[in-house]
Design a protein around this ligand. Sequence first.
Ligand code: PLP
Length: 387
Amino acid sequence: MISYGKQSIDQSDIDALVEVLKGDWLTQGPYVDKFEDNLKSYLGSKYAACVSNGTAALHLTSIALNWNPEDIILTTPITFLATANAIIYANATPDFVDIDPYIHTIDPNKLEQKLKYYRKQNKTVKAVIAVDYAGHPCDWDSLRYLADKHEFQLINDNCHALGASYKKNKKYAANFADVVIQSFHPVKNITTGEGGAILSNDKSFINKIINLRTHGMTKEVKNLDNKEEGPWYYEVHDIGYNYRITDLQCALGINQLKKLENFINKRREIAKLYDKSLRNINHIVLPKTKDNVLHAHHLYPIQIKFEETNISRKELFFRMKELKINLQVHYFPVHLQPYYKKTFGFKEGDFLEAERFYSNQVSLPIYPDLSIKNVDRVISSLQEIIN
Ligand SMILES: *Cc1c(COP(=O)(O)O)cnc(C)c1O
C-alpha cells in the first residue's frame, strides 16, 4: 500500500537506537541536549526544548506565553487540529484568518483587516500562529512587519517545513518568528517516532518550557522558597506536565537530521515528476511555489475540479485504494469542526478560500522512500480515473 507519507528508516537509525539501549540513560540523558543543540544550529535559534510531540510543544507554548481568556489568538483554518486546539488548552479565544489562494498559507492582507477589526472593538490580538502549509514558507516579511506594528507574538508552526528555505535562508523560521514549533511524527520531514520541539531566542521563555515539560518541578536553589530543606527537595510554582522526550527518540532525531537534506532532495525530485506529468492532465490545479522559497514538499497538494469531471472525490479515493494507493485530504477547515462551530459560532462561509480549497484538495503520496516507479503508478492511475 502506498500512503501519502511515511518515515524513512535505515540501518544507521537502528544502530543509533541500539547504542542508546546499551548506555545508562533511556530518558532525558545526553542525547536530548545534543538533539536540542543540533536543532538550534540547523534553525539558527539560541534556545531549544524538545518535548514528547508537536501538540505538547504547542500546548506548552500557549501556557508559557501567558495566554488568558481575554486574549484572541489567530491562526489558519487550513492546518492540523492541534494548532488551533492549543489556543483552547490555554482558555484563550481562537479565531481564524483566511488563506492566500496561491500558496494556501495565512493571508497577510486578511490578517491586517482582522487586526484592525479587533482594534476597533478595543480587543487585542495577543498572538498569531502561522503554518508553513505543505512545506511552503508563509509570507514571513509581511507577517513580521505586522507583528512589530501591532505587537503580537508571532509563532511559526513549522511542522511541515523543516528543510525549507525563505529568501535563500534555511534559518528563516527562528529569524522571523518569536517561537518555532516542530513535530517529528513519522509522516513529518524527519522522525523520532513521536516528538516535538520548541525553538526561540528568548531564554526565559525556553526555561519556562523546560520547567513545564517536567511537571513544573524545580530543584534550582535560586528558585526555591525554602532553601534549607535538602538535596532531595523540589518545589512546584507552576503546574506542568510530563511532556518529556526520551534519549532513544533524540538519538534517532540526531541521525535523521543528518539525512534531512537528502530527504528533501528526494521529495523535491518526486514533486518535479508530478509537476511535469500532471501539468497536461485536465481539471488538475498543481501546487505553486513562490520564487523566493525552497519548498520542503512535506505534502503534494493538488486541487481537482471535480465539478468538471464525472467522478467525485470519494469515488476517486475508493478507486485509488483498490489500486493500493491511499490518498489523503489536508485539511478539513478547522473552523467547521463541530466543536468549533458549537463553541465559538463559526459557520460555513466564514473563510471562503479555505473552504473552496478543501472542497477540491487531494494530497498525493510523497516521501523519500517512494520509488519513481510508484510515482509513475500514481500518475497513470490518476490520469486513467480522472479522464
Ligand atoms: C503534525 C502537526 C502538528 C502536531 O504534531 P504531533 O507531533 O502529531 O503532535 C501540529 N501542527 C501541524 C501543522 C502538524 O502538521
